[in-house]
Design a protein around this ligand. Structure first.
Ligand code: XLS
Ligand code: NI
Ligand code: NI
Length: 442
């Protein structure tokens, strides 16, 4: 991108400098070129930048407008501003060394006065983005449609009680899928921001869920029609903006998909803070998805333990991430997925370099966690402990239980005649927590 004017003239491409560096604009753990098991760290981590937070978010909250002013937010009309902005974004993707990005349709291109005009705007920006992808080598991890900001979606999109709104949402997703295909997107995400309800006094819950399923079947059919090979992902979240969201967590998402015959077509995009809001750990959500072969991708962020909403912070908690990485690596990795920084700067973080610090912190924490998790798995101490804990099911009557050869009567007889009272077997949580700390802190 040498021919273009730089939007970050004072910031060089971030380099890996190791833990001895005193520079803040450097990686201490993430070395994109380091080869581990025949793949570069960049290929292992598949980091992605979320366009909406880093290039559309200006720090607004319910109590005040944005605080963050970016120099590229100018141009003669909305489309030229959109082009400037995406030029800046691709320069950032390169400088932060992220191989992927993600977008909502309305993040990248302005909504027009009609659907036809919105579609034309999107097509123009997609053509521009395609050229930038080619020029920089940055690829699209996933695309999605914003079906929650415009007032028309105030009562939901696919779950709206008005079929007219459903139809509009379908038309919008059709174009967003076209855009994702055009840009070679590896996945397509459904996050149901307003696919839920506020009160049962005005809601037919069963019908809404059936409509949502119908909508997803239409997406699957349309993918076939256009030859889109990307993976569909559901991103669960329990609430916010709606009070009750249908894709509450991974478990309810699995139930929904299976109920409606969609389970072969979808995996999950798991967001750390959404897990927390659902009352789960990040690792819990990963393991539930992995147990069904449905782990797709990660929205890498974190919440604030003292706040009950989606604060979308950069995650620097190496302990939480190491545990998550153990689960992800044990499941065989993310495949076509990646780690997308669905994270934003705090409202008072108004400097350009803050955008770099946020991502550097997240990338370093994830890279360190990846290495720690690899060590934990290579040593196998936790794996051995767990395997041993369940070993009574490996043979004898335990195995009979697993393979369906035992029943209540046979087990009763066994206990009465042979086994008697079980001995206590300690769960050894304190020992295991101490063992984990040896990996984190020596
Ligand atoms: C909001 C979601 C959203 C999705 C994409 O909470 O995380 O950003 O990732 O629609
Ligand atoms: Ni997200
Ligand atoms: Ni979120």
């Amino acid at each position: 991108m040498k021919s273009r004017k730089s939007h970050f003239p004072r910031i060089k491409t971030i380099a890996y400098e190791g833990t001895s560096t005193e520079k803040s604009l450097a990686f201490r753990h993430y070395n994109p070129d380091e080869i581990i098991d025949g793949k570069t760290m960049s290929e292992h981590m598949r980091f992605s930048i979320a366009y909406w937070h880093s290039f559309r978010g200006a720090g607004s909250d319910p109590f005040g407008p944005g605080t963050i002013v970016r120099p590229w937010e100018k141009g003669k009309d909305e489309l030229s501003i959109a082009k400037n902005r995406i030029d800046a974004a691709f320069e950032f993707f390169q400088k932060i060394r992220a191989p992927f990005w993600c977008f909502h349709d309305r993040d990248i291109a302005p909504e027009g006065r009609s659907l036809a005009q919105s579609n034309r705007n999107l097509e123009k920006i997609v053509a521009h983005a395609k050229a930038l992808q080619k020029e920089t080598g940055v690829e699209l991890l996933w695309g999605t449609a914003n079906l929650f900001s415009n007032p028309r979606f105030m009562c939901g999109a696919a779950t709206n009680p008005d079929a007219h709104v459903f139809a509009y949402a379908a038309a919008q997703v059709k174009s967003a899928m076209d855009a994702t295909k055009e840009l070679g997107g590896e996945n397509y995400v459904f996050w149901g921001g307003r696919e839920g309800y506020e009160t049962l006094l005005n809601t037919n819950l069963k019908r809404e869920q059936e409509h949502l399923a119908r909508f997803m079947h239409m997406a699957v059919d349309y993918a076939k029609q256009i030859g889109f090979k990307g993976q569909f992902l559901i991103e669960p979240k329990p609430k916010e903006p709606t009070k009750h969201q249908y894709d509450f967590d991974v478990a309810s998402g699995i139930a929904f998909l299976r109920t409606h015959g969609l389970e072969k077509h979808f995996k999950f995009n798991i967001e750390t803070n959404h897990a927390t809001l659902a009352g789960h750990t990040f690792s819990h959500e990963i393991d539930i998805a992995a147990a069904q072969g449905m782990l797709g991708s990660i929205d890498a962020n974190s919440g604030d333990p003292l706040l009950g909403w989606d604060t979308d912070q950069f995650n620097t908690d190496v302990k939480e991430l190491s545990l998550a990485m153990v689960s992800i690596l044990r499941a065989g990795g993310l495949g076509k997925g990646g780690f997308n920084f669905d994270a934003k700067l705090r409202r008072p973080s108004t400097d350009l370099e803050d955008l770099f610090h946020g991502h550097i912190g997240g990338m370093d924490a994830y890279a360190l966690a990846f290495k720690i998790a690899r060590q934990i798995l290579a040593d196998g101490k936790f794996e051995d402990f767990v395997a041993d804990r369940y070993s009574s099911f490996d043979s004898g009557f335990g195995q009979d239980i697993e393979i369906g050869k035992a029943n209540f009567k046979s087990l009763e007889k066994l206990v009465l005649t042979k086994l008697g009272e079980p001995k206590q077997l300690s769960g050894k949580q304190e020992y295991l927590e101490n063992l984990l700390n040896t990996y984190l802190h020596g």
